[in-house]
Design a protein around this ligand. Structure first.
Ligand SMILES: C[S@@+](CC[C@H](N)C(=O)[O-])C[C@H]1O[C@@H](n2cnc3c(N)ncnc32)[C@H](O)[C@@H]1O
Length: 271
Protein backbone atom coordinates (compact mmCIF):
# COMPACT_ATOMS: atom_id res chain seq x y z
CA UNK A 1 0.00 0.00 0.00
CA UNK A 2 1.35 3.43 -0.77
CA UNK A 3 0.14 6.12 1.57
CA UNK A 4 1.79 9.50 1.29
CA UNK A 5 2.91 11.23 4.46
CA UNK A 6 -0.34 12.96 5.37
CA UNK A 7 -0.26 16.71 4.71
CA UNK A 8 -1.45 18.93 7.54
CA UNK A 9 -5.20 19.46 7.29
CA UNK A 10 -6.40 23.03 7.50
CA UNK A 11 -8.49 22.34 10.60
CA UNK A 12 -6.22 19.86 12.34
CA UNK A 13 -5.44 20.57 15.96
CA UNK A 14 -7.26 23.90 16.09
CA UNK A 15 -9.30 24.83 19.17
CA UNK A 16 -12.97 24.06 18.62
CA UNK A 17 -12.29 21.27 16.11
CA UNK A 18 -13.76 18.05 17.50
CA UNK A 19 -11.21 15.31 18.22
CA UNK A 20 -13.08 13.09 15.78
CA UNK A 21 -11.92 15.32 12.92
CA UNK A 22 -8.26 15.53 13.95
CA UNK A 23 -6.02 14.08 11.29
CA UNK A 24 -4.24 10.84 12.06
CA UNK A 25 -0.82 12.41 12.36
CA UNK A 26 -2.06 14.72 15.12
CA UNK A 27 -4.20 12.27 17.08
CA UNK A 28 -1.55 10.76 19.33
CA UNK A 29 1.47 11.85 21.32
CA UNK A 30 4.64 10.16 22.51
CA UNK A 31 2.84 9.33 25.78
CA UNK A 32 0.54 6.99 23.83
CA UNK A 33 3.49 4.78 22.88
CA UNK A 34 3.13 3.14 26.30
CA UNK A 35 0.26 1.12 24.82
CA UNK A 36 2.83 -1.03 22.96
CA UNK A 37 3.82 -4.32 24.48
CA UNK A 38 7.55 -4.92 24.80
CA UNK A 39 7.50 -7.05 21.64
CA UNK A 40 5.63 -4.37 19.72
CA UNK A 41 7.98 -1.64 20.90
CA UNK A 42 11.00 -3.68 19.82
CA UNK A 43 9.65 -3.57 16.26
CA UNK A 44 7.97 -0.19 16.05
CA UNK A 45 10.32 1.93 18.19
CA UNK A 46 13.52 -0.16 18.24
CA UNK A 47 15.71 2.78 19.34
CA UNK A 48 13.23 3.83 22.06
CA UNK A 49 11.68 7.29 21.96
CA UNK A 50 9.59 7.90 18.85
CA UNK A 51 7.07 10.58 18.00
CA UNK A 52 3.78 9.63 16.31
CA UNK A 53 3.36 13.24 15.18
CA UNK A 54 6.58 12.92 13.19
CA UNK A 55 6.04 9.34 11.99
CA UNK A 56 2.76 8.47 10.36
CA UNK A 57 3.80 4.80 10.45
CA UNK A 58 3.82 4.97 14.26
CA UNK A 59 0.48 6.80 14.22
CA UNK A 60 -1.06 3.88 12.29
CA UNK A 61 0.20 1.41 14.88
CA UNK A 62 -1.34 3.53 17.65
CA UNK A 63 -4.62 3.77 15.73
CA UNK A 64 -4.88 -0.06 15.68
CA UNK A 65 -4.51 -0.17 19.45
CA UNK A 66 -6.24 2.98 20.64
CA UNK A 67 -9.08 3.44 18.12
CA UNK A 68 -9.55 0.05 16.48
CA UNK A 69 -13.18 0.72 15.53
CA UNK A 70 -12.17 3.88 13.72
CA UNK A 71 -9.57 1.89 11.78
CA UNK A 72 -12.18 -0.77 11.00
CA UNK A 73 -14.55 1.84 9.54
CA UNK A 74 -11.82 2.96 7.16
CA UNK A 75 -10.81 -0.57 6.13
CA UNK A 76 -14.47 -1.47 5.54
CA UNK A 77 -14.82 1.48 3.15
CA UNK A 78 -11.56 0.76 1.30
CA UNK A 79 -12.67 -2.39 -0.48
CA UNK A 80 -10.29 -4.59 -2.43
CA UNK A 81 -10.68 -4.88 -6.19
CA UNK A 82 -12.76 -8.03 -6.86
CA UNK A 83 -10.06 -9.13 -9.33
CA UNK A 84 -7.58 -9.41 -6.47
CA UNK A 85 -9.85 -11.66 -4.43
CA UNK A 86 -10.83 -13.64 -7.53
CA UNK A 87 -7.17 -14.24 -8.37
CA UNK A 88 -6.49 -16.08 -5.09
CA UNK A 89 -6.61 -19.88 -5.19
CA UNK A 90 -9.92 -21.51 -4.26
CA UNK A 91 -10.64 -24.81 -2.53
CA UNK A 92 -7.22 -25.09 -0.87
CA UNK A 93 -6.71 -26.79 2.46
CA UNK A 94 -4.80 -24.23 4.55
CA UNK A 95 -4.37 -20.49 4.22
CA UNK A 96 -2.28 -18.30 6.51
CA UNK A 97 -2.75 -14.55 6.52
CA UNK A 98 -0.27 -12.25 8.26
CA UNK A 99 -1.26 -8.81 9.53
CA UNK A 100 -4.94 -9.73 9.17
CA UNK A 101 -6.24 -6.61 10.93
CA UNK A 102 -10.02 -6.61 11.23
CA UNK A 103 -10.41 -9.05 8.36
CA UNK A 104 -10.91 -7.13 5.13
CA UNK A 105 -9.21 -10.07 3.37
CA UNK A 106 -9.77 -12.77 5.99
CA UNK A 107 -13.52 -12.67 5.46
CA UNK A 108 -12.85 -13.57 1.80
CA UNK A 109 -10.24 -16.21 2.60
CA UNK A 110 -12.67 -18.26 4.68
CA UNK A 111 -14.61 -18.84 1.46
CA UNK A 112 -11.46 -20.13 -0.31
CA UNK A 113 -9.71 -22.40 2.20
CA UNK A 114 -10.81 -25.20 4.53
CA UNK A 115 -8.73 -23.77 7.37
CA UNK A 116 -7.58 -20.20 7.76
CA UNK A 117 -5.07 -18.94 10.30
CA UNK A 118 -5.09 -15.17 10.71
CA UNK A 119 -1.96 -13.82 12.40
CA UNK A 120 -2.35 -10.36 13.87
CA UNK A 121 -0.20 -8.61 16.50
CA UNK A 122 -2.66 -5.95 17.69
CA UNK A 123 -4.99 -7.37 20.35
CA UNK A 124 -7.90 -4.94 19.71
CA UNK A 125 -7.91 -5.89 16.02
CA UNK A 126 -7.84 -9.60 16.82
CA UNK A 127 -10.92 -9.09 19.00
CA UNK A 128 -12.84 -7.37 16.21
CA UNK A 129 -11.82 -10.03 13.70
CA UNK A 130 -12.88 -12.88 16.00
CA UNK A 131 -16.25 -11.19 16.49
CA UNK A 132 -16.77 -10.83 12.73
CA UNK A 133 -15.80 -14.45 12.03
CA UNK A 134 -18.14 -15.72 14.75
CA UNK A 135 -21.00 -13.55 13.49
CA UNK A 136 -20.50 -14.93 9.96
CA UNK A 137 -20.51 -18.51 11.29
CA UNK A 138 -16.81 -19.09 10.48
CA UNK A 139 -15.59 -19.19 14.06
CA UNK A 140 -14.53 -22.83 13.83
CA UNK A 141 -12.78 -22.73 10.45
CA UNK A 142 -10.60 -19.71 11.16
CA UNK A 143 -8.12 -19.26 13.98
CA UNK A 144 -7.01 -15.76 14.93
CA UNK A 145 -3.62 -15.78 16.62
CA UNK A 146 -0.95 -13.41 17.83
CA UNK A 147 2.27 -13.10 15.85
CA UNK A 148 4.60 -10.99 13.74
CA UNK A 149 5.97 -11.36 10.22
CA UNK A 150 9.47 -12.03 11.45
CA UNK A 151 8.41 -14.79 13.87
CA UNK A 152 5.36 -16.61 12.61
CA UNK A 153 3.90 -19.13 15.04
CA UNK A 154 3.40 -21.63 12.20
CA UNK A 155 5.24 -24.84 11.29
CA UNK A 156 7.39 -25.13 8.15
CA UNK A 157 5.34 -25.73 4.99
CA UNK A 158 2.09 -25.17 6.89
CA UNK A 159 -0.10 -23.45 4.28
CA UNK A 160 -0.96 -23.70 0.60
CA UNK A 161 -1.25 -19.92 0.50
CA UNK A 162 0.51 -17.43 2.76
CA UNK A 163 -0.77 -13.94 2.19
CA UNK A 164 -0.55 -10.40 3.56
CA UNK A 165 -2.80 -7.50 2.57
CA UNK A 166 -1.78 -3.89 3.09
CA UNK A 167 0.55 -4.98 5.86
CA UNK A 168 3.95 -6.08 4.53
CA UNK A 169 6.73 -3.59 3.78
CA UNK A 170 10.49 -4.04 3.39
CA UNK A 171 11.01 -2.21 6.72
CA UNK A 172 12.15 -4.68 9.42
CA UNK A 173 9.32 -3.73 11.81
CA UNK A 174 6.70 -4.48 9.17
CA UNK A 175 8.13 -7.57 7.53
CA UNK A 176 11.43 -6.90 5.83
CA UNK A 177 13.87 -9.58 4.74
CA UNK A 178 13.19 -11.87 7.71
CA UNK A 179 9.41 -11.41 7.41
CA UNK A 180 9.39 -12.48 3.78
CA UNK A 181 11.63 -15.45 4.60
CA UNK A 182 9.17 -16.44 7.35
CA UNK A 183 6.19 -16.24 4.99
CA UNK A 184 8.04 -18.50 2.55
CA UNK A 185 9.05 -20.89 5.34
CA UNK A 186 5.41 -21.26 6.40
CA UNK A 187 4.33 -22.02 2.82
CA UNK A 188 4.42 -25.56 1.45
CA UNK A 189 6.57 -26.43 -1.58
CA UNK A 190 4.48 -25.61 -4.66
CA UNK A 191 2.33 -23.20 -2.67
CA UNK A 192 2.05 -19.47 -3.13
CA UNK A 193 3.07 -16.41 -1.15
CA UNK A 194 1.11 -13.27 -2.06
CA UNK A 195 1.55 -9.66 -1.01
CA UNK A 196 -1.66 -7.75 -1.73
CA UNK A 197 -1.62 -3.98 -2.24
CA UNK A 198 2.17 -4.00 -2.24
CA UNK A 199 4.52 -1.08 -2.11
CA UNK A 200 8.20 -1.29 -3.13
CA UNK A 201 7.56 -3.47 -6.17
CA UNK A 202 11.23 -3.45 -7.18
CA UNK A 203 12.19 -4.86 -3.78
CA UNK A 204 9.73 -7.73 -4.24
CA UNK A 205 10.69 -8.27 -7.91
CA UNK A 206 14.34 -8.61 -6.87
CA UNK A 207 13.21 -11.47 -4.62
CA UNK A 208 11.41 -13.34 -7.39
CA UNK A 209 7.90 -11.89 -6.99
CA UNK A 210 5.72 -11.35 -10.06
CA UNK A 211 3.18 -8.58 -10.28
CA UNK A 212 -0.53 -8.55 -11.24
CA UNK A 213 -2.80 -5.51 -11.38
CA UNK A 214 -6.51 -5.30 -12.16
CA UNK A 215 -7.88 -2.33 -14.12
CA UNK A 216 -10.98 -0.19 -13.73
CA UNK A 217 -12.15 2.79 -11.70
CA UNK A 218 -12.03 2.36 -7.93
CA UNK A 219 -13.42 4.40 -5.10
CA UNK A 220 -13.64 4.31 -1.32
CA UNK A 221 -17.26 3.60 -0.40
CA UNK A 222 -18.22 5.28 2.84
CA UNK A 223 -21.53 4.63 4.57
CA UNK A 224 -22.70 8.22 4.08
CA UNK A 225 -21.44 11.60 2.97
CA UNK A 226 -21.01 12.60 6.62
CA UNK A 227 -18.81 9.59 7.21
CA UNK A 228 -16.83 10.37 4.05
CA UNK A 229 -16.12 13.87 5.36
CA UNK A 230 -15.26 12.67 8.86
CA UNK A 231 -12.89 9.92 7.72
CA UNK A 232 -11.36 12.05 4.97
CA UNK A 233 -10.48 14.70 7.56
CA UNK A 234 -8.66 12.07 9.57
CA UNK A 235 -7.09 9.88 6.91
CA UNK A 236 -6.94 11.97 3.73
CA UNK A 237 -6.86 15.57 4.99
CA UNK A 238 -5.64 16.91 1.65
CA UNK A 239 -8.82 15.65 -0.02
CA UNK A 240 -11.35 16.49 2.71
CA UNK A 241 -12.31 19.85 1.22
CA UNK A 242 -13.14 18.32 -2.15
CA UNK A 243 -15.08 15.48 -0.50
CA UNK A 244 -17.19 18.05 1.36
CA UNK A 245 -17.66 20.37 -1.62
CA UNK A 246 -18.71 17.64 -3.99
CA UNK A 247 -21.05 15.93 -1.55
CA UNK A 248 -19.29 12.60 -2.12
CA UNK A 249 -20.13 9.39 -0.30
CA UNK A 250 -18.08 7.40 -2.80
CA UNK A 251 -14.64 8.96 -3.21
CA UNK A 252 -12.47 8.11 -6.25
CA UNK A 253 -8.99 6.97 -5.26
CA UNK A 254 -7.46 9.56 -7.59
CA UNK A 255 -8.92 12.30 -5.39
CA UNK A 256 -7.24 10.76 -2.33
CA UNK A 257 -3.76 10.59 -3.77
CA UNK A 258 -3.19 6.94 -2.89
CA UNK A 259 -2.92 3.95 -5.19
CA UNK A 260 -6.05 1.74 -5.06
CA UNK A 261 -6.02 -1.83 -3.71
CA UNK A 262 -6.02 -3.36 -7.18
CA UNK A 263 -2.74 -5.27 -7.25
CA UNK A 264 -0.60 -7.99 -5.78
CA UNK A 265 2.85 -9.52 -5.97
CA UNK A 266 3.24 -13.28 -5.74
CA UNK A 267 5.69 -16.14 -5.85
CA UNK A 268 5.03 -19.83 -6.44
CA UNK A 269 7.51 -21.76 -4.32
CA UNK A 270 9.51 -24.57 -5.95
CA UNK A 271 7.64 -27.87 -5.60
C1 LIG B 1 -3.25 -1.46 7.19
S1 LIG B 1 -3.52 -2.79 8.29
C2 LIG B 1 -4.15 -4.02 7.17
C3 LIG B 1 -5.00 -5.04 7.85
C4 LIG B 1 -5.66 -6.05 6.93
N1 LIG B 1 -4.71 -6.94 6.32
C5 LIG B 1 -6.49 -5.37 5.89
O1 LIG B 1 -6.11 -5.36 4.72
O2 LIG B 1 -7.51 -4.80 6.25
C6 LIG B 1 -1.88 -3.38 8.65
C7 LIG B 1 -1.86 -4.55 9.60
O3 LIG B 1 -0.53 -5.06 9.74
C8 LIG B 1 -0.34 -5.40 11.10
N2 LIG B 1 1.11 -5.40 11.37
C9 LIG B 1 1.91 -4.33 11.62
N3 LIG B 1 3.16 -4.75 11.86
C10 LIG B 1 3.16 -6.09 11.78
C11 LIG B 1 4.17 -7.09 11.95
N4 LIG B 1 5.43 -6.79 12.23
N5 LIG B 1 3.82 -8.38 11.78
C12 LIG B 1 2.54 -8.70 11.46
N6 LIG B 1 1.54 -7.80 11.30
C13 LIG B 1 1.85 -6.51 11.45
C14 LIG B 1 -1.10 -4.34 11.85
O4 LIG B 1 -1.35 -4.72 13.17
C15 LIG B 1 -2.34 -4.20 10.99
O5 LIG B 1 -3.33 -5.12 11.35
Amino acid sequence: MTRPEAPAGAAAGLPGVPAGARELRKRYTAADLSVFTREEASRFVPQGGGDPQASVVLAWELLYRLEPDLYDRLATAERLHPGVVGWLPRGVDRIAEVGAGTGRLTMELVERGQHVVAVEPALPLRRILRRKLAAAGHGNRARVIHGFFDRLPLPDGFADLVVACSAFTPAPGHGGESGLAEMERACRPGGQVAIIWPNHLDWLAARGYRYVSFPGPMSVDFGSHDEAVELAEIFYPGAAGEVRRRGWRRVPFEALGINPPRDLAFKVLAG
